[in-house]
Every structure is written in C-alpha cells, then in structure tokens.
Design a protein around this ligand. Sequence first.
Ligand SMILES: [Zn+2]
Length: 403
Amino acid sequence: MAAEPPAPSAPGLSQALTALHLTGGARSRAELTRQLGCSRGVMGYLLGELTDAGLVTVEPGSERPGSGGGRPSQLVRIAPDAPAVIAVQLEPDSLVVAKVAIGGVRLASEERPLAPEPAVATVVTDLGAMIAALAAPAPAVAAVAIAAPSPVSRADGRALAPLHLGWSDLPLRELVAAELELRGLEGMPVEVANDANLAALAESRRGAGRGAAQLLYLTTGHAGLGGGLVTDGHLAEGAHGYAVEPGHLTVSFPGAPCTCGSTGCLEVEADNRALLRAGGQPDVPLEQLVAASARLLDEAGAGDADALAAVREVAHHLGTGLASLVNLVDPDRVVLGETLARVWRLVPEEISSRVAARAFLDRLRKVPIEPAALPHAPLIGAAELALEPLLRDPRAAGAAAPG
Ligand SMILES: [Zn+2]
C-alpha cells in the first residue's frame, strides 16, 4: 500500500518521537497510531522519516493478536545508536552523571561524593572527566544538562548563588563547556538549570505530576526549599529563569533569620534545619543534615510525641506557604519532594487543612497534594531538558548524528 502524504493536521515527527519518549522508548505501532489519532498512512510516513534519521527502528511484533487473527502489530523502538544525552545532578555532597537515551532509559551512570565546600576547579575537572568517559562509547552524545542547587540565569548558564556548595556567582556553563573542549568535546551544547525546577519537570513528565495541566512542585533536599511550576508539560521559568523560587515567601512573623536577609521565609521555617530546631535539637553541619532530619522523621513515624509536634510545626508553615502559592498559580496538582514528601505522609491533614483555611476559592482548597514519585528527580529532569531540542526537531537531530 502506497503511503499517503501527511494530512495538514497530521501529528508531526516531534509528536511521534515525544510519544515514544514518554512511554519508555518502545511501543507497538498500533498503539502509537491510536495515541496520535492519525491514519496508518501518516504513521508510515512518520516512521519512515524517523527511521531515515536513525532515531527509531521498526521490528516485527511478537505480541499475539487477542482475537480475530491478523498479524501482530510491529514494535517501534528508539534505535540503539540514536543520539543520547548526559544529565548531571550537582548536589552539596555528591556529583551524579548519567547517560540517558531518548525514552528516558539510563544507559550508564557514575556518582562521586563531594567534600564539604569543594573547590570549583576540582568539581569542574571531575565533571569533565565523568562526562567524557560516558560520552566515549556509542551512542553519541547530543547535549549535556546540569541540575544545579542555585538560581540559574538560563540565558548564559550562570549559577548565581550556589551557597550550599560554598560558592558565589559562577559561570558554570562556560566553565564546563571549556573543560569539555579540552577533552575533545568542543561545541557540545551545555544547559544549566535550577535543580528543583528540573525535579518539577521530571515529576510532571514521569512521576506524581503526570497528567496535571498546572503542576506546583515544592521540595527540600538538603538546606533550603525549592520548587517549580510546570504548565502543560513545560517549565515556567520567568523572564530570566529564576521562577519559581518559593523559598522566600514570608510564612512566619518575625520568624527565623534567612540567608536572604529577611526573616520567617518558607525555606527557613519548613526545611530540614527548621525540623531540627522545632524538635529542640542542635544544628548540625550541612553534610549531617539530611541524616539528622531523617532520624527525627523516623521517630515521628514511630509515634514519638515530641518529634511529631516538630513535624506538625513545620507542616503548619509549609501549609501557610502552599496556600499563598496555590492562590497565586491555580494548580490542579501539588507534588511535594524529599523531606516535604515525608512530612506530608506523616501529617497530611496539617498541611491540607492549612491550605483549605487560606485558599481564596473553594476549588483551590481541595487541590490534590501528592508525595513525589521519582528518586533523583533533578537528574531525570536534566535529561528531559537536554533531550528537548532532539524531540522538538527530530530531523535536525538525525542530521547531526554521526554516520
Ligand atoms: Zn529568605
């Protein structure tokens, strides 16, 4: 049967590749055709283009037809040598680098611990070595994206305040690109974005935020509190990439002093340090913070009344901040990451009742709140960011691919 030319409203190559990407990189041809709502002829045209670009393979299906006979549907897969990307998660205490294929499949990864307040030059050299090692074997790497624990100026990739690493304003993209050039990876596109923003993107595409039209995400990993807003699958980044930074909403007056110079900010009233403070425990160095907070949460989970009271106090502030954010951005789902997810699991009513008391519309009072679903969400989000140009323009990606 001759392939018909694509109808004007036919879903394009980008939609077909994205659909495959979001379902793990393998799909039956029949399912893909159904999902895109196109004719079999149009699907034939799209798969021909994607195969020619070296991005997918179409294999005979092994799945038996249910009833009524007929041939099993062919299987469409991301080609093993289709370009991949490198995702980086830079944390205050570790460096994680992963090579990720279209479809979100992790091909290889490496993690190294970081000493407290590491030297910038050491981290950039280590990062260059780890990226080069993962880039060397096939498939080729099309781009690198870094999740940084800092507000990031997206246009030039500057990490403006990576305070938890002990660094000040830093041209991270420029430094990493220069290091990669020394290692034979000249011209490699490098993106840098805020880690909580990328975690929000990951949860929206692959985690607890799937299907939400307007996802509000808040998280506390180490110190401080970050977040992100994902609208119809795309990050809201603001004019410069600083949106959404929920950590400095005032939730308590006068409240605890914050690094920003103010007091009572959400990030000092609802992060790991706030939990320890509320539990009457002494402050600990950054590298011990996550473990100390986890112990307190474990005690609360085991029914310890003092620990539970501390969790309730933090949940109260979190609910206050959430209510303001819900009023501001009208989400249809809220996802809470890391420590905030544990707080939610322990005392959900403390948070939801606070949101209900302060949200201005009845509908917003009932916004669903869920714990995050993905481990290493910033890393997964970085891979999504690095893959975006490939998914947006599969033809250009195929043309740039080696061979
Ligand atoms: Zn602040």
